[in-house]
Design a protein around this ligand. Structure first.
Ligand code: ATP
Ligand code: MG
Length: 349
């Protein structure tokens, strides 16, 4: 399907804060790929806190409708108001729902001292993004003994199967081809039990397709312990929403700055790259935001669209810039600007 595309239609949603500084850098990198990808066509779109304060909507309908006609998108970051504001809710959560982006995929990779050396950390967290405790069905009741709060945790076979399949597909494209299911079915035997059994059952539904993938599993608490002590044992980790949320932030901490870690929100028909960091109000407007997370998110988006060669070219260039350590933003101990780093990456490409 990818080979048939004449052009790549990509929605750009810088949104707020440093999103406005790093998304244009990612765009420039995509433009520099030339014939490695179909000619990109960019469409600027609005979302976030700033457009909410102007228009009363954090996610204008036009943004969603336009995205439906795009191949992929890049999202910057949203500022969150310090207290809850009537009518405001996160546009990213709404986008995931409306475009059925059921997976959050976050590769966490350290850069080795030389290109020949294997990186100490090279894993991908594949987090289910639509259910688990985040269905937000919470009830507070008052009993004779005091308040009582309950939350519903939803795990379905359908959602577990599709996230499992995505994890297997991602593993197929990696040298180690290993999937680790993260769960707690020793305690939550019904919900986590269903997640675990469904993911385990994925290969049987596609005879022959996943024979080369090695399947492991781990209880979530020991998985976090081992992630911190020996991250090299992991390749692809697949988890229900809550565990995936926690594990993906813990994993990001293994490689230093938030300004380095990319992600995509992926569904079957659409993929949206998004740097893991937030809007970083403390450095907004100073021109020193690290653009690497956004640039790597663009590469990851390309990978999911089937353009591995273009994605590799970006990742190799970024690794070279980090390895040489000459042009780095202050979060990595350097004194270079967003633009300096962008230009260094372009030069390597
Ligand atoms: P938000 O509410 O939007 O999440 P935040 O205050 O949590 O904002 P983050 O963006 O999550 O801020 O960042 C946390 C810290 O990491 C901040 O000090 C920020 O400056 C720094 N940081 C985040 N992203 C980058 C980046 N791309 N380059 C440099 N520093 C960054
Ligand atoms: Mg934050």
């Amino acid at each position: 399907a990818t080979a048939a595309r004449q052009s790549l239609k990509i929605g750009l949603i810088p949104a707020d804060g440093i999103g406005k500084e790093v998304i244009p850098a990612a765009r420039t990198v995509l433009e520099a790929l030339g014939s490695d990808i179909p000619k990109p066509e960019f469409i600027d779109l609005l979302a976030g806190w700033e457009v909410f304060t102007r228009s009363g909507s954090a996610l204008p309908e036009e943004t969603v409708e336009t995205l439906r006609e795009c191949d992929g998108a890049l999202f910057g970051a949203v500022s969150s108001p310090s207290r809850s504001v009537t009518g405001y809710s996160s546009p990213i959560v709404a986008l995931r729902k409306q475009l059925d982006l059921y997976a959050n995929v976050r590769p966490v990779v350290s850069v080795a001292a030389t290109p020949e050396e294997k990186p100490a950390v090279d894993l991908v967290v594949v987090r289910e993004n639509t259910e688990c405790l985040y269905v937000k069905q919470e009830v507070l009741t008052h009993t004779a003994q005091g308040k009582e709060a309950r939350a519903t945790r939803l795990i379905t076979e359908r959602a577990s199967h599709r996230i499992g399949k995505m994890a297997f597909d991602i593993a197929l494209g990696r040298p180690r081809k290993q999937v680790t299911i993260i769960h707690k079915s020793n305690v939550l035997s019904v919900t986590d039990g269903l997640f675990r059994e469904t993911v385990r059952g994925v290969p049987a539904k596609y005879p022959g397709q996943y024979d080369s993938v090695k399947l492991e599993e781990q209880i979530v608490d020991s998985a976090v312990y081992r992630l911190i002590r020996e991250p090299e044992i992991y390749d692809v980790m697949v988890a229900p929403n809550l565990y995936g949320d926690i594990i993906s932030d813990a994993a990001a901490a293994l490689v230093g700055s938030l300004g380095l870690v990319p992600s995509v929100n992926a569904g079957d028909k659409f993929v949206m790259g998004e740097p893991v960091h937030g809007s970083a109000p403390d450095i907004e407007g100073k021109g020193i935001a690290n653009p690497i997370a956004a640039i790597r998110s663009a590469a990851l988006m390309l990978r999911h669209l089937g353009y591995a060669q273009g994605a590799d070219r970006i990742d190799v260039a970024v690794d070279q810039v980090i390895r040489e350590g000459q042009v780095l933003t202050p979060d990595l101990g350097g004194s270079s600007s967003t633009n300096d780093v962008l230009n260094a990456v372009l030069k390597k490409m």
